[in-house]
Design a protein around this ligand. Sequence first.
Ligand code: ATP
Ligand code: MG
Length: 137
Amino acid sequence: IERTLSIIKPDATRRNLTGAINKKFEDAGLRIVAQKRILLSEAQAGEFYAVHKERPFFGELVSFMASGPVVVQVLEGEGAISKNREVMGATNPSDAAPGTIRAEFAESVGENSVHGSDAPETAAEEIAFYFSGLELV
Ligand code: ATP
Ligand code: MG
């Protein structure tokens, strides 16, 4: 059974949408097997998003991700990585399919409410970035 790393971003925690977003995950058959609310420093956000270092929006992304609490979580299910990305919808909310998290809740391409791992290797790395083995059962 597959696991993926999900982040409920600061725009969503600020608007008290954690429960509404978690309901979308659970309704899609994803199980929340670990979850915590944390405040990233800009250094930690930059380390997490290091693959985007050269992108023009990197500075904006890092300051946004450190602008308020995030909820980091591990979701489990059959095909959890792709299922989660389906439930999230396209990066830009104006391209996101109706009923997806980003279509319903995201404010812009940057402040788009959720992150989800994009492949098995990145899922394993991203889960280990936020959770220790003891926190995962
Ligand atoms: P994520 O990796 O967060 O699940 P994604 O894979 O849909 O989202 P990426 O292209 O990996 O999107 O971009 C990572 C994040 O960077 C996006 O979720 C968004 O918050 C931010 N981002 C992407 N493109 C832009 C942009 N043009 N302007 C501002 N921020 C952006
Ligand atoms: Mg991505």
